[in-house]
Write a protein that binds this ligand. Structure first.
Ligand code: CMC
Length: 428
């Protein structure tokens, strides 16, 4: 028997057979359900896409109940332990782990594109001294589209590959420039001898020394954090990347939009919000009162809860372990104790347990970033750098998918029916 769903419309008594594929029915198959032939047909109402698959994807798999995260089939735990960010970015973008030769070529290509056009640096100099680095990041990535008009050739695989290399290579440079600008220091040029994470640390923190040598523990920790943030299937920013890309905008414009979506405190801005929350709580003694306020609906426990994970976020587990390595080098973050106490209380509390609210990736990442010397407002930028790999991979998958068209949801119109214009003097 074919896999179908039988729907009976009680208004007409008619029955409809709707095919089921991959555990899903096509929303457009419901359009045949109508009372009269001139009716539009049945739609589904799904604000916030709680139960709608908007694409088929082969990139990232999440089992939210079991806390499983796979990139192209490889468990995140194995990648975090054995791989490096550039290799993971290659995997996400091109579907397979690179051979030694492919890895070398990829790393060389990325390294050769890390420099920014001097006019781009001038553009960044124009921001106010206290501009938020994420605002600078979004604007500068968008501005890249004016430097590389060839990026409009989105159906050329060669052009897409070139823009991909440029983006992966330049987002750390843009981020480091944003950081240096905000602390009033001159920009550091990239150092091609260093690793992806090492070069980023050099562009951020090099002072007068001729050669910056990154601390290997911090370099590795940053690289692992990049691996953990590289993709996360159809989240808010990735859906934005796909939606903008579906109008055939160039990848820089689409990525600026995706980064803007990431900026919000419910998404990539959550790690920043966690730190602000911890500062606001102030001391471990205030934790119970804070939890009480959250339960009363007066604010959220930032860094907790997830649309998909209904168990411990596997990325949070890895980050929590890594925090100890970073704290050994940099000294313990005094906010850690408070975070651990918040987690302890929340994991025992009925409010959080019944809603399956567990720490997500952002709960501990900010503590590590802060211990490494990053100011809080750099946190979302540190999320955007690695997520660039996921955004581009998802954008390319969308462009190559024959099922996809320009994204255009429907609405349920509840406003006025047609009415005549009222002159201003007769309005009440
Ligand atoms: N603190 C307190 N209550 C919460 C929280 C929280 N962090 N998250 C969810 N709830 C409650 C919420 O009030 C609701 O309760 P009720 O059923 O009584 O109304 C219930 O749990 C379900 O919440 P929801 O808002 O319907 O869940 P959602 O899937 O729409 O939201 C979320 C997911 C991540 C936006 C949300 O959990 C949240 O706001 N968390 C805090 C922000 C955060 O840490 N975001 C980072 C997410 S992971 C990284 C990323 O995606 O960038």
């Amino acid at each position: 028997m074919a896999d179908t769903l039988t729907i009976t419309d009680n208004r007409t008594g008619k029955q409809y057979e709707v095919p089921i594929q991959d555990g899903t029915i096509k929303a457009t198959d419901l359009r045949q359900i109508k009372v009269t032939s001139d009716e539009f047909g049945m739609m589904t109402y799904d604000p916030a896409f709680m139960n709608t698959a908007a694409c088929k994807s082969r990139i990232t798999f999440i089992d939210g109940d079991k806390g499983v995260l796979l990139y192209r089939g490889y468990p995140i735990e194995q990648l975090a332990e054995k791989s490096d960010f550039l290799e993971v970015a290659y995997l996400i973008l091109f579907g397979e782990l690179p051979t030694t030769k492919a890895h070398e070529d990829w790393a060389r290509d990325v390294t050769l594109h890390t420099m920014l056009h001097t006019n781009l640096a001038k553009l960044m100099e124009g921001f106010r001294h206290d501009a938020h680095p994420m605002g600078m990041f979004i604007s500068t990535v968008g501005a890249l589209s004016t430097f590389y008009p060839d990026a409009k050739d989105i159906f050329s695989p060669e052009s897409r590959r070139l823009q991909t290399v440029r983006l992966i290579a330049k987002v750390p440079s843009i981020s480091a420039y944003a950081f240096r600008h905000s602390i009033g220091r001159p920009f550091n040029q990239p150092d091609n001898d260093l690793s992806y994470a090492g070069n980023f640390l050099s562009m951020l923190f090099r002072m007068t020394e001729l050669k910056y040598t990154p601390n290997p523990v911090l370099e590795r920790a940053l690289d692992v954090l990049f691996i953990l943030h590289a993709d996360h299937e159809q989240n808010c920013s990735t859906s934005t990347m796909r939606a903008i890309g579906s109008s055939h905008a160039d990848p820089y414009s689409a990525l600026a939009g995706a980064a803007a979506a990431l900026y919000g405190p419910l998404h990539g801005g959550a790690n920043e919000a966690v730190l602000r929350m911890l500062h606001e709580i102030g001391s471990i003694n205030n934790v119970p009162a804070f939890i009480k306020r959250v339960k009363a609906g007066e604010g959220r426990l930032m860094g907790f809860g997830h649309r998909v994970y209904k168990s411990y976020d596997p990325r949070a587990k890895i980050i929590k372990r890594m925090a100890d390595l970073v704290f050994d080098v940099m000294g313990k973050n005094p906010l850690l104790e408070m975070a651990l106490e918040l987690e302890r209380i929340a994991l025992e509390d009925e409010y959080f347990v019944s809603r399956k609210l567990y720490p997500n990736v952002d709960f501990y990442s900010g503590l590590i970033y802060q211990a490494m010397g990053f100011p809080v407002d750099m946190f979302p930028v540190l999320f955007a750098i690695p997520r660039t790999a996921g955004w581009i991979a998802q954008w390319e998958e969308m462009l190559n998918d024959p099922d996809q068209k320009i994204a255009r949801p429907r609405q349920i119109y509840l406003g006025h029916g047609p009415r005549d214009y009222v002159p201003r003097e007769r309005r009440k």
